[in-house]
Design a protein around this ligand. Sequence first.
Ligand code: C5P
Length: 408
Amino acid sequence: MSLAGKKILLGISGSIAAYKIPLLVRLLVKDGAEVKVIMTPTARDFVTPLTLSTLSKNPVLSVPFDPDDGSWNSHVELGNWADVMLIAPASATTLAKMASGISDNLLITTYLAAKCPVFFAPAMDLDMYLHPSTQANIARLISYGNFLIAPKEGELASGLCGAGRLEEPDEIFKILSSYFEKQLSLKGLSFLITAGPTIEAIDPVRYISNHSSGKMGYALALEAAERGARVTVVSGPVSIKADHPNITVIDVKSAQDMLDAADELFSTCNVFIAAAAVADYRPSVFSDKKIKKNYGNKQVAIELTTNPDILATLSAKKQQGQVVVGFALETNNALENAKIKLESKKLDMIVMNTLEDQGAGFQSDLNKVTMILRDGEQKETPLLSKSMIASMIIQTIVRSFPLQSQNL
Ligand code: C5P
């Protein structure tokens, strides 16, 4: 696919592999992309700004402001401008600064301000690359949702042979092209996602709920929207916001409200993902007045009634061509229980996570899941940011099921 009109912010740091970047800039610009280059001070020793400004047709930026005329290169504006930021080559120092937020140059301040996806292509000597601190920094950057363009094995500038060679410019070009292509792969499709907790009122001031933050459901919504789908999130009360023009949020409180809202939209969606942590029970009686504290009673009981199972209810109405995905948060016999839910709720896929995975789950920005497909295929992810997990889940849905907008 053509990169016409795509805005690419290219950060170059100090590695000998910087000599390959003019070729990459040429490929990108020839394909119609708009390229702005930021160089770290050391990068300028490896490749000249004049070469890069000539090829990119834009001034090369290195410093936050020009000391002669005081003009400011706003890292925030640059970060907002880009559709994609690519840091290539990413030296060991630049990786470390990105991972720890040490923003002592324009490249890193812009990286921290960037709202767009960030790709980084490390290049350095073998020993530096294999050092645990470099590996830990790379793992951290991946966990923040950045995309690694892994270095290749081969002869290095030092004469050593091994991993650390910057990926070739034409391969980096292909990776960016396929990223933009993937972005639009869900155009014309409609996603319905439940997210967040539900709250079940006891009286006007009290309720029963759970710790769900909604982060996983919103990350899925963003991923589907970025790939071009129209997404409706039926959301319980959460503190996060959806920030994409393709996403509509319908705010609800109780499980019954969530079911009513989702039910109205279900027949016209291509994919339904139930990511909400729905309260299984609600108080049998709602008291419209605040229930008074009874000083005489040490124990008080609230009678509960079962809530409707939104996922099972909607899945039972599934039409041909629709895909239904559920989540299963398990504490024991995780796989077995998840498979039972996949069957009993007639799902196409279930995404299982356990509270046993340290750092994953409710409230956290990280998650670790196993995706189980109807045909028995299983895919386990490492502990990653929820946006990376969302990307893998959407990717799996796209690869495993034929999604066609004209089906519905
Ligand atoms: O049965 P369990 O609650 O473990 O199933 C979890 C899955 O079912 C999740 O996808 C959740 O969003 C969905 N669910 C639902 N309505 C309920 C309970 C769970 O949609 N009342």
